[in-house]
Design a protein around this ligand. Structure first.
Ligand SMILES: Cc1cc2nc3c(=O)[nH]c(=O)nc-3n(C[C@H](O)[C@H](O)[C@H](O)COP(=O)(O)OP(=O)(O)OC[C@H]3O[C@@H](n4cnc5c(N)ncnc54)[C@H](O)[C@@H]3O)c2cc1C
Length: 373
C-alpha cells in the first residue's frame, strides 16, 4: 500500500512531537537535524511538564494531553519520570491571598491549599520560617530533558522505523524537496521545527512575525546524598507573576506591586525561581528572561546570584555544590499567543514559538494539529 512520507526538520521536542504524531498516523518519517544530537532549548530546560501554568480551555487541555502522552512515551521507552506535582509556596499574606483565589478559580482542577505543616510533610526542602502555606497540585510531571530528548529518537526509530539524519543543516525547502549541501530528500509533508533559528529557513516569514528570542540562565546542584528527594517541584511568590494561568487572580496586581518594590532587580531580569529534581538526585534551578533577537553568549554571574538569593528564601538542600551553569534560548511570541503555526505553501508546516512551555505543550499541540490535518 502507498505510504505517505514526511520530513521533520529539527530534533528538539517540537520536531520529536511532530514526528510521533505523524508516525502513529502511518507516515514514514525522516528527521533531519543540524547537530549530531539535539542541543537546543529542549535539553536545557527543567523538564517540567507544567499544566498548572496554563489557563482553562484549550491550553490546559493541550497540556493535559501532553502530560498523558509523556507518560505513555516514558513508560514505553524506559525514560525516567516522576509524577512529582508542584508546590507554589506563600510566605507573605499577599501571596497566600493569590493562592486562595487560584484554588477557587481552578476548583475544577485537583489543587489543594495546604497549611505550613502539611507543606512540610510534602517536602523536606521547604523552609519553614514564616511559611504560611502552599498551593499543591499533583499534576506536574518531571522528566530529565537530557535523557528524554536523547532516548526519544531511539524509541521513534525502534517503534516506528523513523529515520534520523544527524549533522545536516537544511538550507532549502521547496516542496516536495528539502536540501542540505548536495543532499536532498523528498516527502509529501514537510514540518519545519527549527526553534530559535529564524535566519536559515523562511527568514522573510519570521521577520514578519511578532516573535523574538528569550535567553534564560540556569544552574545545576550536585546530586543529593542518600536518595534525599525534594518531593514536588518548588517555586514561590515570583513565579505567581510569571504564568498566564495565575493572571486570573484579582489580587495578583497587589502582589506584583509589592514584588516590584521589593525585588526590582529580579523583576528587571525576568527572574522567577523554580527547582526540580531529576532521577539522579540533581537539582535544576532557574531562571531569568532576557529578550532580543541576538543575545551575547556569556552568562551574568549576578543573575545567578539573584536566582540563588531568592531560592534560599524558600528552599534548602542537603548538598549545595553548583556543578553546572548554562543558558538556553527559546522563541517567544510577543502578541501573547501560545504558538505559531504557518503554512508557507502546500505541504509545508512551520511549528514554533512555544516559549517557556514547549516541554509542556508540544506533544499535545502536535497531536491536535496533525489530527486536524
Ligand atoms: C532554560 C529553559 C528552561 C525551560 N523550562 C521549561 C520547562 O521546564 N517546561 C517547559 O514546558 N518548557 C520549558 N522551556 C521551553 C522549552 O524548552 C522550549 O519551548 C522547547 O524546548 C522548544 O523546542 P524546539 O524543538 O522548538 O526547539 P529546540 O529544542 O531548540 O530544537 C530546534 C532544533 O532544530 C534544529 N535546527 C535548527 N535549524 C535547523 C536547520 N536549518 N536544519 C536542521 N536542523 C535545524 C536545532 O539544531 C535544534 O536541535 C524552557 C526553555 C529553556 C531555554
Amino acid at each position: 500500500m502507498f505510504q505517505k512520507t514526511a520530513i521533520v526538520i529539527g530534533a528538539g521536542i517540537v520536531g520529536l512531537a511532530a514526528t510521533r504524531a505523524l508516525a502513529v498516523r502511518g507516515y514514514r518519517v525522516t528527521v533531519i537535524e543540524r547537530e549530531q544530537r539535539a542541543v537546543g532549548a529542549s535539553v536545557r530546560n527543567f523538564g517540567m511538564v507544567w499544566p498548572i501554568g496554563q489557563p482553562d480551555g484549550i491550553a490546559y487541555e493541550t497540556a493535559q494531553l501532553s502530560r498523558s502522552l509523556w507518560k505513555q512515551i516514558c513508560d514505553d521507552a524506559g525514560i525516567w519520570h516522576e509524577e512529582a506535582g508542584s508546590l507554589h509556596l506563600a510566605y507573605g499574606k499577599d501571596e497566600w491571598r493569590v493562592l486562595e483565589e487560584l484554588s477557587e478559580i481552578y476548583r475544577g482542577r485537583n489543587y489543594q491549599l495546604l497549611n505550613a505543616d502539611a507543606v512540610l510533610q510534602r517536602s523536606p526542602a521547604v523552609k519553614s520560617q514564616k511559611l504560611i502555606g502552599a498551593l499543591y497540585s499533583p499534576e506536574e510531571l518531571i522528566i530529565d530533558p537530557r535523557e528524554a530528548i536523547r532516548k526519544m529518537p531511539e524509541w521513534l526509530s525502534a517503534k516506528f522505523d523513523v529515520q534520523f539524519s544527524w549533522g545536516k543543516a537544511v538550507t532549502h525547502v521547496e516542496h516536495p524537496v528539502v536540501r542540505s549541501g548536495n543532499e536532498s530528500w523528498n516527502a509529501d509533508e514537510i514540518y519545519v521545527c527549527t526553534g530559535a533559528d529564524f535566519e536559515t529557513l523562511y527568514p522573510e516569514l519570521y521577520a514578519a512575525q511578532p516573535i523574538t528570542k528569550c535567553k534564560l540562565q540556569m544552574l545545576r546542584i550536585e546530586p543529593q546524598t542518600n536518595n534525599w528527594r525534594i518531593g514536588p517541584s518548588l517555586c514561590a511568590g515570583l513565579s505567581l507573576l510569571h504564568y498566564q494561568a495565575f493572571k486570573a487572580a484579582p489580587s495578583l496586581t497587589i502582589l506584583k506591586r509589592r514584588m516590584e518594590a521589593q525585588y526590582p532587580d529580579h523583576i528587571k531580569w525576568g527572574i522567577h525561581v523554580m527547582v526540580s529534581q531529576n532521577g539522579a538526585g540533581e537539582l535544576t534551578v532557574g531562571d531569568s528572561h532576557e529578550y532580543g533577537l541576538t543575545h551575547d553568549p556569556f552568562d551574568k554571574a549576578f543573575i545567578n546570584d539573584l536566582i540563588l538569593d531568592y531560592l534560599q528564601q524558600f528552599a534548602r538542600f542537603k548538598n549545595n555544590l553548583i556543578t553546572e551553569t548554562w543558558n538556553g534560548i527559546y522563541p517567544k511570541l510577543t502578541n501573547g499567543e501560545t504558538h505559531l503555526v504557518l503554512r508557507p505553501g502546500a505541504g509545508v508546516t512551520i511549528i514554533n514559538g512555544l516559549g517557556g512551555a514547549g516541554m509542556t505543550m508540544s506533544l499535545g499541540l502536535c497531536e491536535r494539529l496533525i489530527d486536524a490535518g
